[in-house]
Design a protein around this ligand. Structure first.
Ligand code: SAM
Ligand code: DTB
Ligand code: SF4
Length: 370
């Protein structure tokens, strides 16, 4: 039995959902992209956001946020590891790499039925999206029928589906699209420069290729990264800049705080150093910069909430984060837990997301117009 979620998260749904607005004006001095969103950010502009006073940065981020999103609503997603551990990649942060001595046992791909049972529990607990992760470099073609059956089954339960399975070929992306997959998560993780110091078995360019394959298939893109891996602020700038200059911004941008796991390269390297934990204010600044640079995207406050104070999480929501993972467990690492989250949501007066996400409504509009 899966132990990832036992207590339903009780959140009030707001009765009066504010309309979501999409700006069509130039945000600053850049060229228009989709819905007034800029894809021509320079690194200098992103760096300048980080350099603002914290109060000014938060004010700007909150202003952008409320122009496009309901500022009192948060999306709830649930994660399930459908294939854990034994991954051949060498991502320095990851407990599931064969290179890590983390004690995470390798499993086979879960049965479709078992996954659906977990999804049903997530739905009962109030989750809106079911995200499934596999510790693979890439799915094998022989895995695809089971994966597609999982997507169809979870979707039939009325949950949105997201998968993160590693690199995808164009054909695999098309197969997932045909199965009805709503989102594919594939993170760029950091700046192009710092990425190479964290992962050597697949290149930054290969990550971008998979994102392009996912985009071309029509599946919504979820891509973000990790803050607190010992990178510099310039790397955090490069990370946001890469995402914000993609031809189309990711619909979801997960911002993870490194969960330092003993036995991983980064967990061991940073332990006991001043870099062992990202500074809370710098983390919030990163969330704010992501919100301003990608106004319509859902910004997900992802891994690391378990050890984050309520006040820091509240600042992240103020800075434009509007999605979280619920439950007691992420893939292998602990998560905040439903009781804590229900208490936090009540304390902050935040409710479950209602209505469509801005970028997805726009995609529907574009289809209608075309
Ligand atoms: N194997 C697939 C892949 O790498 O694309 C999917 C699973 S992988 C665990 C998904 C993402 O989780 C990674 O890209 C990374 O950004 C994030 N992640 C993994 N371990 C983490 C950790 N210890 N702390 C924070 N984020 C982590
Ligand atoms: C993402 O950016 N964060 C999630 C999801 N995408 C798949 C994963 C976080 C993993 C945290 C470490 C773990 O649970 O092992
Ligand atoms: Fe494998 Fe994904 Fe972990 Fe990298 S992040 S080691 S690809 S499971």
């Amino acid at each position: 039995m899966s132990d990832y979620q036992t207590t339903p998260i009780r959140v009030e749904r707001s009765r009066d959902t504010p309309r979501q607005r999409v700006s069509t004006s130039l945000d600053t001095n850049g060229s228009l992209g989709i819905g007034g969103v800029r894809n021509d950010w320079t690194r200098e502009e992103i760096a300048a956001l980080f350099e603002l006073s914290f109060t000014e940065l938060l004010f700007r981020a909150a202003t952008v946020h409320r122009a496009h999103h309901a500022p009192d609503q948060v999306q709830f997603c649930t994660l399930l590891s459908i294939k854990t551990g034994g991954c051949p990649e060498d991502c320095g942060y990851c407990s599931q790499s064969v290179k890590a001595d983390s004690g995470v046992a390798a499993t086979r791909l879960m049965d479709v039925r078992e996954v659906l049972q977990s999804a049903a529990r997530a739905k009962d607990a109030g989750s809106q999206r079911f995200c499934m992760g596999a510790a693979w470099r890439n799915p094998k073609d022989r895995d695809m029928p089971a994966i597609c059956a999982i997507v169809k089954g979870v979707r039939a339960m009325g949950l949105e589906t997201c998968m993160t399975l590693g690199m995808l070929t164009p054909r695999q992306a098309d197969m997932l699209a045909e199965a009805g997959l709503d989102y594919y998560n594939h993170n760029i993780d950091s700046s192009p420069e710092y990425y190479e110091r964290v992962i050597t078995t697949r290149s930054f360019g290969e990550r971008l290729d998979t994102l392009a394959n996912v985009r071309a298939s029509g599946i919504n893109v979820c891509s973000g990264g990790i803050v607190g891996m010992g990178e510099t602020r310039a790397d955090r700038v490069g990370f946001i800049h890469t995402l914000a200059t993609l031809p189309r911004h990711p619909e979801s941008v997960p911002v993870n705080a490194l969960v330092p796991v003993k036995g991983t390269v980064l967990g061991d390297m940073l332990a006991g150093t001043p870099l062992a934990k990202i500074d809370d204010i710098e983390f919030v600044r990163t969330v704010a910069a992501a919100r301003i640079a990608m106004p319509l995207s859902m910004v997900r406050l992802s891994a690391g909430r378990e050890s984050m104070s309520e006040a820091t999480q509240a600042l992240c929501f103020l800075a434009g984060a509007n999605s979280i993972f619920t439950g007691d467990k992420l893939l292998t690492a602990p998560n905040a837990g439903d009781d804590n989250d229900a208490a936090l949501m009540a304390k902050l007066g935040l409710t479950a997301l209602e209505g469509a996400e801005p970028l997805r409504s726009m995609a529907l509009d574009e289809t209608t117009v075309a």
